[in-house]
Design a protein around this ligand. Structure first.
Ligand code: IMP
Length: 181
């Protein structure tokens, strides 16, 4: 078992690179069938989705576009409540088929905010494609349509995911080793 240390935490290899690649292959096939001829706009959510986005794009031989956004969330006025800005989104969204690319969906709060912000731009459709999904942690009702790998509710790094800045560059997925009592 390959063990690594990032800052103060230890991780074990959980999903080898070959398995991640096979899951992305499968997902690319799913998206090809659904979006061929629709010229989808993929919107990768930085920082974590850069890795998944690149792996997915290599495998998608259909006409499509990709862009990246950063999510900024802050408290607005009492009437607007919490506001989510998609920084870097310069493309025209209206009438487009949009696929949001996430590294991981955990509670789902982030994708909920992103979908609310995208809805203001009147896309033809929006779906979510994620490298990892933690169904046991998910608290939203929006369907997560395109999932490469479902994982248990544990902290993981690698393939774009980090622990305090480290681990994004690791191929495969590493799972935290829980402290022994
Ligand atoms: P959410 O709970 O679905 O809103 O996820 C929020 C963000 O937390 C994700 O986009 C990730 O950046 C981060 N995150 C959630 N789970 C993990 C994990 O297991 N490892 C690393 N980052 C995570």
């Amino acid at each position: 078992m390959t063990r690594i240390r990032l800052h103060d935490l230890d991780f074990d290899l959980f999903i080898p690179e070959a398995e991640v690649n096979a899951a992305v292959d499968r997902l690319a096939g799913e998206l090809r069938t659904k979006y061929n001829g629709k010229r989808p706009l993929f919107v990768g959510v930085l920082n974590g989705a850069f890795f998944f986005a690149a792996e997915l794009m290599k495998r998608l031989d259909i006409e499509c576009e990709i862009t990246f956004v950063k999510v900024a969330s802050y408290l607005g006025t009492s009437t607007t409540g919490r506001v989510t800005d998609l920084i870097g989104l310069n493309e025209r969204i209206e009438g487009r088929h949009v696929v949001v690319l996430e590294d991981i969906v955990d509670t789902g709060n982030t994708v909920k905010h992103i979908l609310d912000a995208l809805a203001d731009h009147h896309p033809a459709s929006v779906s979510i494609a994620t490298l990892l999904f933690k169904p046991d942690a998910y608290k939203q009702t929006i369907p997560i349509e395109h999932v490469a790998v479902r994982i248990p509710n544990a902290f993981v790094v690698g393939s774009g995911l980090d622990h305090d800045g480290l681990g994004r560059n690791l191929p495969g997925i590493y799972r935290i080793i829980e402290q022994q009592p």
